[in-house]
Design a protein around this ligand. Structure first.
Ligand SMILES: [Zn+2]
Ligand SMILES: [Zn+2]
Length: 240
């Protein structure tokens, strides 16, 4: 309920509010609505057109399904992300988490075209944080992205359906199966009836191993959801 009331607060219109019309990276002045100058945009780590058809990570021409997905097929149906989680993109995403809310517009814009690549989505679901984390940070960056995408795509966003009950242990340094165990039972669905027969698109800032998305998918499917997809601003590069 606490989260629902938070949702009712006036949605900030970030679009022009924080704009200083300078490139986010080199701070040179820009003369249009872009967040990057041409030179910096050309250097951004876009995932590009060769992606794993399951996890959506950057691959190379003709590679098909990546080795990680071959070893452990994801439970979610399919994932996409505009950026590789590295370099300046990593820095900007950390900034979005640590107070620079307006960066959700920068990333949201790059994610909008990918929303249409998922069929028949009933609702966007931001990956939840615990109430404690929400109180500490004041916002959930996944929810900022989902709100923006909802506004632009017309697909409703339901920020209250998924609940994070507690923090898992630090995921860093854990193997894939350890991560999977680590996230077990920390997420729940607040209203099972709203899940039945629905297609959902999970929204988050970063996909690392995909174990969080897999666990959320497991919870949603158990509540009767039909298919679950994932859209993140960035995904970690595949190991060679
Ligand atoms: Zn620049
Ligand atoms: Zn893959």
């Amino acid at each position: 309920m606490w989260i629902r009331s938070l949702k009712l607060r006036k949605k900030a219109q970030f679009e022009n509010f924080y704009r200083n019309y300078r490139c986010e990276l080199c701070k040179r002045e820009v003369f249009d609505d872009s967040y990057f100058c041409e030179a910096c945009r050309a250097k951004l780590p876009y995932v590009g057109k060769y992606v794993c058809p399951l996890c959506g990570r950057k691959t190379f021409e003709g590679a098909g399904i990546c080795l990680e997905c071959k070893a452990h097929a994801p439970i979610y149906a399919r994932a996409r992300s505009p950026f590789v989680y590295e370099g300046e993109i990593r820095r900007l995403l950390l900034g979005m988490k640590r107070g620079k809310r307006y960066l959700s517009v920068l990333f949201g814009r790059e994610m909008v075209p990918l929303v249409a690549s998922f069929p028949h989505i009933d609702a966007l679901l931001p990956v939840p944080v615990t109430e404690r984390a929400l109180r500490r940070r004041g916002y959930n960056q996944a929810e900022l992205l989902a709100d923006y995408l909802s506004e632009r795509s017309g697909i409703p966003c339901d920020s209250a359906l998924l609940v994070k009950r507690r923090e898992g242990k630090e995921q860093k340094g854990l193997s894939k199966s350890e991560r999977r165990k680590n996230v077990r039972g920390i997420y729940a669905v607040s209203d099972r009836k709203s899940c039945r027969g629905k297609n959902f698109l999970l929204i988050d800032d970063v996909m690392t191993t995909g174990s969080t998305a897999d666990e959320l998918t497991r919870v949603l499917l158990a509540a009767g959801a039909r298919r679950v997809y994932l859209l993140t601003a960035a995904s970690t590069p595949l190991k060679d």
